[in-house]
Design a protein around this ligand. Structure first.
Ligand SMILES: *[C@@H]1O[C@H](CO)[C@@H](O)[C@H](O)[C@H]1NC(C)=O
Length: 123
């Protein structure tokens, strides 16, 4: 069952990619850009992860215990439409195509700016 050799290979590739990308700046990072069309009941977010692609993105509103699936629309834009006004700040959880999972709290503030890119503070 062990796939240590192949995952070791993947890790080496990931490290190399991180080193190459790191020539520019910090470690692999994820960014969330609020897209046009977002409003109080609709959130559309371009999610970028260096060297990887989102497979699933979930959203949790402030004060909610529930994670809801976002739907992939254009390119890497993930969208959630609600019946009720959305409550920020918004928390995100995701799974990438390469199997990376992560959770970030308070990524997008309640009073976000369309076109602004938000980067979680720690990961
Ligand atoms: C987030 O939700 C909590 C609990 O409902 C609330 O106390 C807090 O004020 C909210 N934060 C913002 C920024 O609205």
């Amino acid at each position: 069952m062990s796939s240590s050799s192949s995952s070791g290979g993947l890790l080496a590739v990931a490290v190399l990619a991180a080193v190459l990308a790191g020539a520019r700046c910090a470690p692999a990072k994820v960014t969330f850009t609020v897209e046009k069309g977002s409003d109080e009941k609709d959130l559309a977010v371009l999610v970028k992860y260096e060297g990887d692609t989102m497979a699933e993105v979930e959203l949790r509103e402030n004060g909610s215990n529930e994670w809801v699936d976002m739907v992939k629309t254009d390119g890497d834009v993930w969208r959630f439409e609600s019946e009720e006004p959305l409550q920020g700040p918004f928390n995100f959880r995701f799974l990438t195509v390469k199997g990376m999972k992560n959770v970030f709290d308070d990524v997008i503030p309640a009073k976000y700016t369309i076109g602004a890119t938000y980067t979680p503070e720690q990961y």
